[in-house]
Design a binder for this molecule. Structure first.
Ligand code: SAM
Length: 421
């Protein structure tokens, strides 16, 4: 077998996402045989192909009399996306034709792959830019249209097709404008920095001394609404990989960071070490945890992650919505259990990186109905960069990828600050 390349690895990743429902974040094995820059390139090629797949399939359906096996289709998809977005025709076609030739089952299709990709490099690829913005698959599009309407979902799809910039959260004592200059970044209305051309993150100024960490601007807002004070006891109930733990610890809170995943918790330890911050680390099931009481609790509950599709274009294809019910039930249990760990007068932030109201607005409406004396504190949401129009009826905050379109969007999130009288 020839040595793997970024393109052949990207095709292997696509085969796993589209054939086995695996998430790219779980697929370290195919990537492990590449050097770091090639790994990044393979991931970028696979992600770009998934983002553009709806368009690629439309163009390919005009050339194909019948859909070939998934592996060959993925080679054609990757080639089509590359060729239609400025890829070098020679390099792309030659490598992908050789790739199909390495497989005994598919090598007879070399001629077909060669002919189709050459057509894509020519006239067949020209309509690319005029094709509609790729749509989400029906299992996700339908509930989103019911919740937000077709126009809003189209705007979200536009944001998802554009991908996501890289945002940074600075330690509170760092000067945003100084770091914006050093990093060639812009300061967002909420205080996060947005990088124009990130390149290799670990090579950027401030990385090794831990002046900042990567965190989407929307993901930085839950800890800001919690507004931790120095010396407060704060529980981060679903902490890994730790972006919000870092914010809480950097504000001087005494943080307990808990997560069920030992592997993901390793990332929290690494992030704390790099930023020279500290937190008590607990690996365990948040539903059984009995510490506290805490002045404030952050419940960043496991969810469908549908708000992060700009950065995870594999999600709509690896998932099918069958996990929604179990996730919603787990969120309800988490929220109820967390309330038992809260000190009198304390505050609980419930948030999810989901676009589905069942994992946000509805969760909080139902919690308010279940618990006497529980209320939302909408005034805690009055923070720089938050548009009052994003507040919701029950007193929470809805963030969507189509917000801040002129700045490059944000992840989808739901956040509510709850207080128990
Ligand atoms: C949305 S992520 C948290 C992201 C994190 N707060 C951050 O900002 O980096 C949800 C986390 O919940 C964890 N989780 C899932 N079930 C859990 C449980 N029963 N108890 C504690 N953590 C759990 C997952 O391992 C995952 O790391």
């Amino acid at each position: 077998m020839p040595a793997p390349t970024p393109r052949s690895t990207a095709v292997a990743l696509l085969d796993k996402v589209l054939g086995e429902g695996r998430l790219l974040s779980e697929l370290s094995a195919p990537l492990s045989r590449l050097a770091a820059p090639d790994r990044a390139r393979a991931l970028r090629l696979a992600s770009d192909t998934l983002r553009g797949m709806d368009r690629a399939d439309r163009l390919l359906s005009r050339q194909l009399r019948k859909t070939p096996q998934l592996h060959v289709m993925n080679i054609l998809r990757l080639g089509t996306v590359e060729l239609c977005t400025g890829g070098d025709a020679h390099g792309v076609v030659d490598e992908l034709v050789s790739l199909v030739g390495t497989h005994p089952r598919y090598k007879r299709l070399r001629g077909l792959v060669n002919a189709i990709l050459r057509q894509m490099a020519g006239d067949a690829g020209k309509p690319w830019k005029d094709l509609r913005i790729p749509r989400l698959p029906g299992w996700l599009r339908d509930p989103l249209v019911s919740a937000w309407g077709n126009g809003a979902v189209s705007a979200m799809e536009k944001a998802q097709f554009s991908g996501a910039p890289v945002d940074l959260t600075l330690k509170p004592d760092e000067d945003p404008s100084k770091w914006a200059d050093r990093l060639g970044a812009t300061v967002l209305p909420s205080g996060s920095l947005r990088l124009a051309n990130p390149g290799q993150i670990s090579a950027l100024p401030g990385y090794s001394e831990g002046a900042w960490w990567v965190q989407d601007a929307a993901a930085a807002l839950p800890a800001r609404t919690l507004a931790p004070k120095a010396g407060e006891r704060v529980l981060d109930l679903c902490a890994a990989p730790g972006g919000k733990t870092l914010q809480l610890a950097a504000a001087g809170a005494i943080v307990t960071a808990l997560d069920i995943s030992e592997k993901r918790m390793e990332r929290v330890r690494e992030n704390l070490a790099r930023t020279n911050l500290s937190a008590e680390i607990v690996v365990g099931d948040g539903l059984r945890y009995q510490g506290g009481p805490f002045d404030a609790i952050l419940v960043d509950a496991p969810c469908s992650a549908t708000g992060t599709i700009r950065r995870h274009p594999d999600l709509p294809y690896a998932k099918d919505g069958s996990e929604f019910g179990a996730l919603i039930a787990l969120q309800t249990q988490m929220l109820d259990h967390a309330l038992t760990l809260l000190a009198p007068g304390g505050r609980l932030i419930f948030c999810t990186c989901s676009l589905l109201p069942d994992e946000g607005e509805v969760q909080v409406e139902q919690a308010l109905a279940r618990h006497n004396g529980l209320r939302t504190d909408a005034s805690a949401l009055d923070l720089p960069g938050i548009d009052p129009g994003w507040k919701t009826e029950e007193g929470g905050l809805r963030l969507r990828p189509d917000y801040w379109p002129e700045l490059g969007g944000m992840d989808g999130f739901y956040i509510a600050v709850l207080r128990q009288d």
